[in-house]
Structure formats: C-alpha cells, structure tokens
Design a protein around this ligand. Structure first.
Ligand code: CA
Length: 499
C-alpha cells in the first residue's frame, strides 16, 4: 500500500468513527463493549433467605459479596407467587396474566383455566440476545411447557436439564425427572452427585467454551424448591447450629390462615444446606468469571421466582418474617424477592434501591444495558431499570399488578393485587373483599386500612379492575367456593390421574 492510499484509508476510518450516524462504526463500538450476562434464578428462595437480606441462620457469603459489588433492590417483586408465571414474565417482559400463564404448570385448572406452555411466538430475552450475536445457555429448571416449548425452541443454544418439571423427585443422582432432561445432561453423572453442584459444573464448562463471545448464561436452579434435601455434611452442620438457636417459646408457627400455619423461625437444617449449596454455586461462577478474565465485563443478576415456602398445612421449610405469609400468597411473603444486580463500572458497589420493581423489568433492562434496541411491542409490561442502576432517575410507572386466580396448597384463595407507591391492595375474587396496607409503615401487612381509607381502597380497586381488563385476564370460570376444598379436590384428582 502506498503512502497516499494509506493516509486516505486512515482519513476514511477516522471519518467513520466521527460520524454519529455511521451504523458500522456504532455497531463496532457496541460490539466491542457488549457485556456478558449471568442470570441466577433461584427457585422458591424467600426475601430473607440470604444473609444480605436479613437471614441470621442461613450462610450466604458469596451472595452477600455479590450484593457488596452491586445494587440490592429491597422492593423487588416476582410477578406471581408461584413458579411458571414468574419464569414466563422474566423471559418475555409480560405479565403472567397477559401470557395466560397464571398458575404453576401442572397445577389445578380450576377455578381458572390457564395456558400450560409459553407461546413460541414470544420473542424471549434469549432470542433477542441470540439475534445480537450472544451465545445463550439455559441450565436448570424450565417449567414452561413440554418438549415443543423447551429452552432450545425459545432462543437458547443449549438446554442443560430443563424440561416440564417443576421440581426433581430427588436432588441426588440419578434425578429421574418426568422428562429425563436431568438424566440426559452431557457426560452423565455419578452416584451421590448433588444437583445444584452438577448444574454449576455444567455452567462452568459452558462458560469455558464460550468465554470469547458475548454470552448469556441463564442458571435456573431447581433449589431451593421441595424436596428439601441437602448434602449430609451441610445438614449436619446446620443441625448443630439449630441446637444453638435461642428457644422460640413454642411460637414456631402462627395459625392465622385457618388450618394453614405460617412458620415464624428459620431453623430447617436441610433447607439451610440447600441455600448454602446455591450460595456456593454463585461463588464458583463468580470465581470462574474472574479466572476467565471476563468478570469486569459481565453483568450478574440474582433473583428468585416467588416467596419462601412458609405456609403449608404441616411444616413449611422457611420463614419470611417480617413479611406476611409465603409462596402462593399475594402478601409480601409470597412475592417480594432478594434481587441483586452487579454491573461492573456502572452500578455503585454496595448500593441499595427501594423503588418497587418487578420481574417483567429484566427484559428491557438487559437490552438497554447491552446497548441493544428496545422492543416495546414485546416487553410491554417491563420498564428498564437503567435509570435506577445509574442513579440518574426514577421510574415513571404508576403501579405494579398481580393476578393469581387460583387456590394454592399454602391456603391462598383466588386474588389480585396492586401496589402504587406505599400502598398495596389485595382483592379476594371469591367475594370482592379488599385489604389495604401501607407498606412503608407496615411491611408485615398487619393493619388493614380498607375501612379507614375507603377512598384509597376504591381508587386502587378500580386501578386493578382496569388493569385486569387491559391484559385480558382470565377470571375464575366457576363460582369460586369459599373454602379450600376446591384445591384439595383438584389435588386428589391430579394424583388419581397420575396413578
Ligand atoms: Ca418457585
């Protein structure tokens, strides 16, 4: 190349970079900076189930470290108090009511019918990122439909262990899920292997192989869902710790939901062991990101799909205090989550955000963090959290909504809810009765203000009704009955069908 041509080339290059409208230069800059994503989705982990969100019993040094490197969201919500609907909301940016997936898939169809899979027409966050050149991996629990609707049909290059199962029959190899997805994980397993560890190892292998591309690792643990099983050494460790807990003077449960009781103390050794294994998973992934030299360009998100299991006819494994109730309910214990986002170089390490946010928000947030175009036609119910993460603004959203028109084994009855500012209203669909709480003053939802503040209650009830119309929410088709027997009947019927 002669000198003149060389200089001309230089000039053209400089001009391209200088021109803001020049697509190729902009794309190159974006490409150079494309951040990686690791999304940890934990199953049934309660708001206070980790140290940095208040647990004094479970030990989670790695998750606490993640929080110290990122932002903690103290008013973060799952879009539903059970599994599948929240999972759909994260991947699509749509409310479960809009998706039609209002129940955990496999749960009773009455009194409200629901969709048993996530539509392939949805452009998931994985599909959006794959389209932008990301390598995408799904590892762990899917629970969004049968084989035609598996992760590999929804934008993930690989699916390791995800099928229609909501939980594994056992956490120890061989796992024997309904669709054998866990048995078919690459390279087999061995006797005694623990599922949480195995999913982590598979994730590390995938990271090793994809370190040079922008990547999205969606590590969706089956833990800490039932069956409550941990590695023996960990169970023993926490059994010893239980022995040292202060005596609870017999008030381990409160019988406030009829025959259903809420757990008042964290003291289940096996559950604690499960939480510790999840924490070790987070630690192993973070260490590997550092070893691979990509930690500084990797955004790490930590979230759970619903509240901790604390309200059951017998004994729930965890306790969500100071929040009321747990998984299955629209009280805070069922929907508030321990959410953390680490965004190196942008998010202030160890920061905290109290703005209400919900699981539909991840989709637009991730697109914006990656410098990708938003897809408002897809993530219609999500709002980008980037203004909160950069601490440069607030969200303009007026309210967050829930629709759970189902009975649940926790004792819940069909209900909907809305949170606007400090106020939250729950409506019971059986009779239209409402409860109103001021969460700023009363995080435990002890004082129902519906009678004291009838105007506020009416305002929120009207907002909820309007939203239900907007998202075309399915309401209970049969006249809901004012007892829990509907759920019990459906459960018996389901068990009979299985046999
Ligand atoms: Ca769950």
């Amino acid at each position: 190349m002669d000198r003149r041509r060389f200089l001309r080339g230089l000039g053209a290059g400089a001009a391209m970079l200088a021109l803001p409208g020049c697509a190729s230069a902009r794309q190159r800059r974006v490409a150079n900076k494309q951040p990686n994503f690791v999304f940890f989705l934990i199953d049934d982990l309660g708001w206070t189930d980790v140290g940095c969100f208040g647990s004094g019993f479970y030990e989670t040094p790695n998750i606490d470290r993640l929080a110290s490197q990122g932002m903690k969201f103290t008013n973060a919500y799952a879009a539903c108090p059970v599994c599948s609907p929240t999972r759909g909301s994260i991947l699509t940016g749509k409310y479960p009511a809009r998706l039609g997936i209002t129940q955990w898939i496999g749960g009773p169809n009455q009194p409200t019918e629901y969709k048993h899979f996530m539509d392939l027409e949805e452009v998931t966050i994985a599909e959006a990122m794959k389209g932008a050149g990301y390598a995408t991996a799904f590892v762990g629990k899917w629970h969004l439909g049968n084989k035609p609707y598996y992760p590999d049909k929804q934008g993930f290059d690989v699916n390791i262990g995800g099928d229609s199962s909501g939980s594994p029959p056992t956490y120890f190899y061989p796992y024997k899920t309904a669709n054998r997805a866990l048995e078919e994980m690459p390279a087999g397993g061995e006797e005694g292997e623990y599922l949480t560890d195995r999913l982590t190892s598979e994730s590390l292998k995938w990271l090793d192989a994809n370190r040079d591309k922008p990547f999205l690792l969606y590590l969706s643990h089956y833990a800490v869902h039932t069956p409550i099983q941990s590695k023996l050494a960990l169970t023993d460790k926490y059994k010893a710790k239980v022995g040292k807990l202060p005596k609870t003077d017999g008030a381990k449960f409160t019988p406030v939901y009829g025959k259903y009781r809420t757990k008042m103390v964290q003291d289940n050794a096996a559950y604690a062991g499960m939480v510790q294994s999840v924490d070790e998973s987070v630690g192993r992934v973070m260490t590997r990101l550092e070893e691979l030299g990509v930690a500084d360009n990797t955004i790490v998100i930590f979230m759970s799909d619903n509240g901790g299991l604390s309200t059951v006819p017998n004994e729930g494994p965890t306790c969500n205090l100071p929040l009321r109730a747990g998984k299955g309910w629209l009280y805070e214990g069922g929907i508030r989550e321990p959410m953390i986002i680490k965004w190196p170089g942008v998010v202030q390490a160890g920061s905290e955000c109290g703005e209400p946010v919900t699981s539909t928000d991840f989709y637009p947030t991730m697109l914006e963090m990656a410098g990708m175009r938003l897809r408002p036609e897809q993530h219609v119910d999500g709002v980008s959290l980037v203004p909160l993460l950069t601490e440069k603004g607030k969200l303009k959203r007026k309210a967050i909504y829930w629709h759970y028109p189902h009975y649940h084994g926790s004792g819940n009855r069909p209900s909907g809810a809305v949170r606007a500012g400090d106020y939250k209203l729950i409506e019971w669909y059986e009779n239209g009765a409402v409860e109103l709480y001021n969460l700023r003053d009363d995080i435990s939802e002890k004082e129902d203000l519906a009678e004291k503040m009838p105007q506020k209650a009416a305002e929120l009830k009207a907002m909820l009704a309007e939203w239900l119309k907007q998202v075309n929410a399915k309401m209970p088709a049969s006249e809901p009955r004012n007892d829990f027997e509907v759920f019990e009947e459906a459960r018996r019927e389901q068990q009979a069908n299985k046999r």
